[in-house]
Design a protein around this ligand. Structure first.
Ligand code: MTE
Length: 334
């Protein structure tokens, strides 16, 4: 399915659909039996300009996307309200505080964008901004995102399988791992200009997956959430979402995807390998050295400090990925 290519200037005030209207519409469609058919929804909202505070002069504009809603990616979980998803973020390139990304990223330029897939592939490819939305069937997938800091959200992501992207480049049989890089642009990303405000990270932020994890049908390249293109604080224009792993694997604003035969060293392994492993599978039985991972604070409607604590599930409640780790000691390979 082709979709209308969003342009950052397209959204109009009269297209506003706020989050509770979105939720109600979902409920209505569900009760009418529409969700899961290829219901083609166009959900729009104005950018969050009415409430974004912040240091930037301009406010980032998101655009409506068209997408299908496969039944198996719907969920009974209560969605985290949109305002919380787009205002409580980890994106150290824009600062280490939870409110820093939304404050410092509103003038981030995503068009033009360049995403290269190269390394051990037969056919390296480079996608521009428009290509991120064309040539892929965009799907809405409601995934839980469990942060290693023991909070979690339920997000209606929009995107396509990473496998579909990797297949376009024809991986060589020698490829075993996939390495992802975030944009390096200290002019736009204040955290990259200063080691202290950037959390001590040696940028660019790097993440990695085993090739079979990358090819798993749950692994998503996301270009949107709540019906619209991603705002910068959530990783515009394209970010990874691996729902059975801790949130730090879900690298944002990706510019390069490289296939390799060697296990890469990821940003968080570089910073503290004893705390943040390569696998980072959500596992309530393996605690972080400084806190338990047995439960999590689900961010729903109750405010960031509400006591909505629930038990964490193995693989974040995606048991279908267990076969990727047969015969592996998940205490050692944390
Ligand atoms: N990607 C980059 N480039 N920089 C980051 O600091 N933070 C990670 C991940 N991706 C991060 C990143 C962490 S720790 C989490 S929990 C998730 O993004 C948060 O995604 P969200 O803000 O969309 O909830």
């Amino acid at each position: 399915m082709l979709i209308r290519t969003p342009k950052s200037s397209e959204i109009k005030e009269n297209q506003v659909t706020d989050e509770h209207v979105y939720q109600n519409r979902r409920q209505l469609l569900k009760s009418m039996g529409f969700l899961g058919a290829s219901a083609l929804l166009t959900n729009q909202h104005a950018s969050a300009s009415s409430w974004f505070g912040g240091g930037d002069d301009e406010t980032f504009k998101t655009s409506a996307l068209e997408f299908s809603q496969p039944k198996h990616f719907q969920s009974e979980d209560v969605l985290t309200p949109e305002q919380k998803i787009i205002s409580h973020n980890n994106f150290y390139e824009f600062g280490t505080g939870k409110a820093d990304p939304v404050t410092n990223s509103q003038s981030f330029k995503v068009d033009p964008w360049s995403l290269t897939i190269d390394g051990l592939v037969e056919k390296p490819i480079t996608l521009g901004y428009d290509d991120l939305y064309k040539g892929f069937d965009l799907e809405e997938r409601i995934y839980r995102l469990r942060c290693v800091e023991a909070w979690s959200m339920v997000v209606p992501w929009i995107g396509f399988s990473l496998a579909d992207l990797i297949k376009k480049a024809n991986p060589l049989s020698s490829a075993k791992y996939v390495v992802f890089d975030t944009l390096y642009d200290p002019e736009q990303m204040p955290g990259q200009r200063n080691r202290f405000s950037g959390g001590g990270i040696d940028y660019p932020y790097v993440e990695g997956l085993r090739l079979d994890e990358a090819m798993h049908p749950l692994t998503l390249m996301s270009v949107g959430l709540y019906g619209k293109t991603l705002p910068p604080q959530n990783g515009a224009p394209i970010r990874l979402v691996v729902p059975w792993k801790y949130g730090f694997k879900s690298i944002k604003s990706v510019v390069r995807i490289r296939l390799t035969d060697k296990k890469p060293t990821t940003t968080w392994e570089q910073l503290a390998a004893n705390e943040y492993g390569f696998y980072a599978n959500v596992n309530p039985q393996v605690d972080h050295p400084r806190w338990t991972q047995a439960s999590e604070r689900r961010i729903t409607t109750g405010g960031l400090f509400s006591r909505n604590r629930i038990a964490t599930q193995m693989f974040n409640g995606y048991p279908e990925v267990a076969t990727l780790y047969t015969n592996m000691d998940l205490r050692k390979n944390y």
